[in-house]
Design a protein around this ligand. Structure first.
Ligand code: RNT
Ligand code: ZN
Length: 422
């Protein structure tokens, strides 16, 4: 038997097994093929960006660690790397770009960025049939050195960042318009204090004012969807973060924006899977930043963890897929960066597949009848259903390498392309 025949026959057997539980594998993979994941550009170059800027400005309370060779040095290299990654990921996806990835021939300040500075990205996305999402870059900048951007007490600095936010919404709208799919434009700011503040109120009032100014112009939702992202703490903002979860939950509900939930931005014992049905009761749509924190918000590559599966299960069980924008947010510089994208994205898709293959009705019926023994027994039994056979079949059907075969392509690409980068 050839490899593809083996995959097909394993799929047929899996299909029969799932059918016994009233699960339709063909329908599951059909639905799966319609779910786009937004690949974050920043995995490819350790959140560096390509701005013409002063040297050595980092910060913002986030940090990529590792020194694996071959990171993208230019936008062309980054695009080539994303293309490589996408060729190894089943389905049609999106690119999530940060404002710091503008391509300009001279220094253009962040508050003066325009859609034209992203023309090459937009053309490339169009040529590759990708939707785009966007983010203001409120860090790694002299005007963010104090640790305060949109909540800065210095009116000139605060205004600068408001102007950046407004510029980014216009750029996002242009992307959405050009590509015919709304661009989710996310705002995350690093603002906060390392040590105990006296005034927790002032910065939050200023942040609200800044957001109100940023979002004052109504933009067609077919082009732009605004999202706000909270965080528990960052490096250098351990004691107080202005844009906390309560703050942005309130803001999103009051102002009808999307709420962005980053899976690394909560206490380690809190889980985003439990928050979805809570926030979805009050907000129209959410953006997910799927990440993996190890002991802290470390942004490790996403793996097929219990929590990732729980997250996907919630989206499917609650019927929330159409109200959820799934983005990834991790940056690991210690392994092959293209492989990092492929591993994380394939895991996200696998988690969604497993969720779509769940015999939910059976489980729900048991719960409704208060048959908790059956519920637990079945939850454990279904863990070893042959989802892997369905996944392999889905990959071949989508013309991407099944199983571990994609790794060979990464090795080749490393040899021929990334290892030659200085
Ligand atoms: C930082 C936030 C934010 C960033 C990206 C680069 O803690 O998660 O989303 O990771 O915008
Ligand atoms: Zn994030």
């Amino acid at each position: 038997m050839s490899d593809s025949q083996k995959i097909e026959s394993a799929y047929r057997a899996a299909k029969d097994r799932y059918a016994e539980l009233d699960v339709d594998c063909d329908a599951a993979i059909e639905r799966l093929s319609t779910i786009a994941i937004s690949l974050h550009c920043w995995q490819g170059d350790d959140v560096g960006g390509f701005e013409v800027k002063e040297e050595g400005l980092d910060g913002g309370g986030i940090m990529a660690t590792g020194a694996y060779p071959g990171k993208a040095r230019t936008a062309d290299e980054l695009r080539a790397d994303v293309e490589k990654a996408l060729s190894l990921i089943p389905g049609k996806h999106r690119l999530n770009l940060h404002a710091s990835y503008a391509e300009t021939d001279r220094k253009v300040e962040r508050d003066e960025l325009e859609a034209k500075h992203f023309a090459a990205w937009i053309d490339w996305a169009k040529a590759n049939g990708l939707g785009m999402d966007f983010n203001g870059t409120f860090f790694a900048h002299p005007k963010a050195e104090s640790g305060f951007t949109l909540s800065n007490a210095d009116e000139a600095i605060r205004k600068f960042w408001v102007k950046h936010g407004i510029a980014c919404r216009k750029i996002g709208a242009a992307m959405g318009k050009a590509l015919g799919t709304p661009c989710v434009t996310n705002t995350w700011i690093p603002d906060g204090y390392k040590d105990i503040p006296i005034d927790r109120k002032g910065p939050r009032q200023r942040l609200k004012k800044s957001l109100d100014e940023m979002f004052a112009e109504k933009i067609d939702k077919t082009q732009l969807l605004d999202a706000v992202e909270s965080k528990l703490f960052g490096i250098g903002s351990e004691s107080y973060v202005v844009g906390s979860h309560e703050f942005y939950l309130g803001y999103a509900v009051a102002n009808n924006t999307l709420l962005c939930l980053d899976t690394g931005h909560f206490h380690p014992t809190e889980v985003v899977s439990d928050k979805i049905s809570a926030v979805m009761t009050f907000v129209e749509e959410i953006l997910l930043h799927v990440s993996r924190g190890v002991r802290w918000d470390s942004d490790h590559v996403v793996i097929l963890s219990d929590e990732l599966k729980a997250l996907a299960a919630e989206l499917v069980r609650g019927g929330y897929l159409d109200r959820t924008h799934i983005g990834l947010d991790f940056f690991d510089a210690s392994i092959n960066r293209v492989a990092a994208w492929v591993i994380g994205t394939r895991c996200m898709i696998k988690a969604l597949l497993i969720a779509l293959l769940e015999p939910t009705k059976l489980l729900r019926d048991a719960e409704d009848r208060a048959e908790f023994t059956t519920r637990l027994a079945m939850l454990e039994e279904i863990k070893t259903l042959p989802a892997g056979a369905v996944w392999d079949f889905y990959c071949t059907k989508q013309n991407v390498p099944p199983q571990q075969q994609w790794l060979k392509e990464i090795t080749d690409y490393e040899q021929k392309v990334t290892s030659l980068r200085g």
